[in-house]
Design a protein around this ligand. Structure first.
Ligand SMILES: Nc1ncnc2c1ncn2[C@@H]1O[C@H](COP(=O)(O)OP(=O)(O)OP(=O)(O)O)[C@@H](O)[C@H]1O
Ligand SMILES: O=P(O)(O)OC[C@H]1O[C@H](OP(=O)(O)OP(=O)(O)O)[C@H](O)[C@@H]1O
Ligand SMILES: O=C(O)c1cccnc1
Length: 489
């Protein structure tokens, strides 16, 4: 580290204003008031019809470990000049509250709470930055990966992005998120080790360049590696690369497992078709064609339309950096706070943009599933004490354009939140990543195809119950009255 402070912790992985607000609350004696915040995004990324939630594992790691170290406190004192009495308080700060969260792999839509944080006002404030930092990135990458999987269908996808990711953490957690979104393997070996996901890879041009000969390079590689994918585009794909791969595969026969070839430049449609023909003619009908080179779901769709003969897609830069939309805009909003009498009071943030007005109150989130066809009718946000499963029929209506409505009967309302932290203790065990991937896949099966197409998907309903909507209107009215009183004073 390039500073005098020897240790590090994630307690300072927050925006300075959070600590300043904590200090204000602490000085006024309201830091321990109960507060409820919700974490959600408003707009789906990439113009997609859904997102895939990822990030809970790291959020839980963060909350479990959260505390200010001695050098954190020293830094706040020496460099930022916080006073001793406040620093004494910070020394004992831990996360002591409850966290309700969607499970990773859940399909998620705009304006619905991914997480509900119920803790002290000061703690809730401190953790905002880290929670958004984690969930925004991981959810974005899981969603991008899922879009790629929608396009490649049953072909295999390998995540190749570590070298282009925004630093090392992004490579690791991005690889995991990509697997949650559906990719089969990552080239990042550490991610393989940490998360029990498949680490996999071929070889680079440097291997061929080092031997100055594809023939020698492939042979040398095969001496130590049974599974062989030969990269065939270093000099001339069709004239030298593919014929050499075939020659070496024939020479080595059953002593290797000739998985196939990789193309990394040129016209992928043309080269893959030609390579397929050459491999088939040589009797390697089962050999796979792996391709890479700046791929994303748009190029892949186009290549498929051109009849490209590809079995395995290696995707780096555009997946791990979410190239076409580099940020998800999830926010963290206060929806309820303890009043002076100890009772919880709902809070609202008004905006001239109707979509941006927050929805006050402690709430629950349900996925309404039609019992007959097993498909999701939409998501339904209720006040905490409502139980849609006790109703025969519910009215679902658009929260802004309320005339768009439907009645739903014969449904199951699935609670999408799980209590994962209770009184500061993590009570949820994160499943293995491959199980989360399966969970994500099963969840997508609940959605009609209209929501899953990559271009101009239908808008999935995320509606408020009548009570929840009435409560929102009441809060809006109260604010309007307060503003009018202020103006008239
Ligand atoms: N048939 C095709 N149709 C549409 N896009 C293609 C086709 N073949 C390749 N591409 C894409 O076009 C781009 C080609 O980029 P570029 O011309 O920079 O690479 P290249 O010619 O393969 O050379 P290199 O990677 O060695 O720089 C890549 O994004 C690749 O995925
Ligand atoms: O193209 P991406 O989706 O990012 O996938 C990762 C790329 O990384 C390697 O290339 P390398 O770093 O050698 O650079 P290159 O782009 O010049 O091939 C590999 O050959 C892929 O092309
Ligand atoms: O294994 C590969 O082929 C690979 C790994 C990282 C980046 N590009 C390719």
């Amino acid at each position: 580290m390039s500073s005098n402070y020897t240790d590090d912790s994630y307690a300072l992985h927050t925006d300075l204003y959070q600590i300043n607000m904590m200090e204000t609350y602490w000085a006024e004696g309201i830091h321990n008031k109960r507060a409820i915040f919700e974490l959600y995004f408003r707009k789906l990324p990439f113009g997609n019809g859904y997102a895939i939630f990822a990030g809970l594992e790291r959020v839980l790691d963060y909350l479990r470990e959260l505390h200010f170290t001695e050098s954190d406190i020293a830094y706040l004192k020496n460099e930022l000049h916080y006073k001793e009495d406040f620093l004494e308080y910070l020394k004992d700060v831990r996360f002591t509250g409850d966290l309700y969260s969607m499970k990773e792999g859940e399909t998620v839509f705009g304006n619905e709470p991914i997480m509900r944080i119920e803790t002290t006002l000061a703690e809730a404030q401190l953790i905002e930055t880290a929670l958004l930092n984690i969930v925004n990135y991981q959810t974005l990458i899981a969603t991008k990966a899922s879009r790629v999987k929608q396009v490649v269908k049953d072909d295999v996808v390998m995540e190749f992005g570590s070298r282009r990711a925004h630093e090392m953490d992004a490579a690791i957690w991005g690889a995991r998120a990509a697997v949650i979104g559906g990719v089969e393997a990552t080239s990042n070996v550490r991610a393989g080790k940490l998360f029990g996901i498949q680490a996999s890879g071929t070889h680079a041009h440097s291997l061929v360049q080092a031997y100055k000969s594809e023939y020698k390079a492939f042979h040398s590689y095969a001496k130590r590696h049974r599974d062989c994918v030969f990269l065939v585009d270093t000099y001339n794909t069709l004239k030298i690369g593919v014929p050499t791969a075939i020659k070496v595969a024939k020479e080595l026969g059953d002593s290797i497992n000739f998985i196939g070839i990789r193309l990394d430049s040129g016209d992928i449609a043309f080269l893959s078709k030609e390579a397929r023909r050459m491999l088939d003619e040589a009797g390697f009908e089962d050999a796979k064609i792996v391709v890479s080179n700046d791929l994303d779901e748009y190029t892949i769709l186009n290549l498929k339309a051109q009849g490209a003969q590809v079995d395995i897609w290696g995707i780096g830069t555009k997946l791990i950096t979410a190239y076409d939309q580099p940020a998800l805009g999830a926010v963290y909003k206060l929806v309820s706070i303890e009043g002076d009498d100890g009772k919880m009071v709902d809070t609202i943030k008004i905006s001239s943009n109707a979509e941006k007005v927050t929805t006050p109150g402690r709430k629950k989130l349900y996925r309404i599933i039609d019992k007959e066809n097993g498909k999701a009718e939409g998501d339904y946000i209720t006040l905490y004490d409502e139980d849609p499963n006790a109703e025969q029929r519910i009215k679902m209506f658009h929260p802004v354009h309320t005339f768009i409505s439907k009645f739903v009967t014969n449904f199951e309302a699935r609670d999408l939140h799980e209590k994962v932290v209770e009184n500061g203790k993590v009570i949820y065990e994160v499943p293995p990543t491959m199980e989360i991937q399966k969970y994500a896949k099963d969840n997508l099966n609940l959605l009609w195809d209209e929501y899953k197409r990559s271009l101009n998907p239908e808008e999935y309903p995320v509606d408020l119950s009548q009570k929840c909507w009435d409560n929102k209107m009441k809060n809006i009215q109260e604010v309007q009255e307060m503003v009018n009183d202020f103006i008239n004073e």
